[in-house]
Design a protein around this ligand. Structure first.
Ligand SMILES: [Zn+2]
Length: 204
């Protein structure tokens, strides 16, 4: 960033805009965060900068599955012991952690980076669906896609869209269903329920 001089109100405005991009943060809260941050001492600021530098230098997005890891491909994509014939499609990288904790799934993942939501202006092209189809085309070993989007309206719309994309192909499409409460986000579901959801997945 340039060393241009900005007024404090402009900086508050810029900070607010950044915080507003955080999930679940509205303008009011974002503005509160901005005021909180701007009053911090130099030492705290330096700590922030240090952490951001760490993120920039150490965190990489996997070019195959869009997971976040220290390496590209990520530790899951490069793990030879995982089953490369099954891909589990999730909304966010947080969902990978939830599923990994359940210990049931030994395949690989694909992170959509969101869900289709016309109201929020999020369309299929904004997600990584095109990457998923390219990935499947390039890897004949992939036999099954488990759609593990949340059982919310947007999650269902996204699941149906993916189903349409792969209709007529050889790929077996399944959807986790059993035991997952309707309307809940995947990350809020406990491991046992998630474990059962995988066992009880149905042809989709
Ligand atoms: Zn990966």
């Amino acid at each position: 960033m340039s060393k241009k001089r900005y007024s404090s109100s402009k900086i508050i405005e810029m900070l607010t805009e950044i915080f507003e991009r955080f999930p679940g943060i509205g303008k009011k809260t974002a503005n509160r965060f901005a005021y909180h941050l701007i009053q911090k001492d130099v030492k705290t600021m330096e700590k922030f900068i240090e952490i951001f530098e760490l993120i920039k230098d150490n965190i990489k997005e996997c070019s195959l599955c869009h997971n976040i890891s220290e390496t590209n491909p990520c530790h899951i994509c490069s793990d030879k012991h995982r089953d490369g014939s099954i891909i589990c499609v999730v909304e966010t990288i947080k969902d990978i952690n939830s599923i990994e904790r359940s210990g049931k799934f030994r395949g690989r993942f694909h992170v959509l980076k969101g869900v289709i939501s016309p109201i929020m202006g999020i369309h299929p092209k904004d997600l990584t669906i095109a990457d998923l189809t390219a990935r499947v085309k390039k890897n004949p070993e992939i036999k099954e896609i488990i759609i593990a989007t949340s059982p919310t309206t947007e999650g269902e719309v996204t699941a149906n869209y993916i189903k349409k994309v792969f209709s007529g192909s050889e790929i077996k499409l399944t959807r986790i269903a059993y035991g997952v409460p309707v309307g809940s986000e995947l990350e809020n579901i406990d491991e046992v329920t998630l474990f059962k959801a995988f066992e009880g997945r149905k042809e989709f």
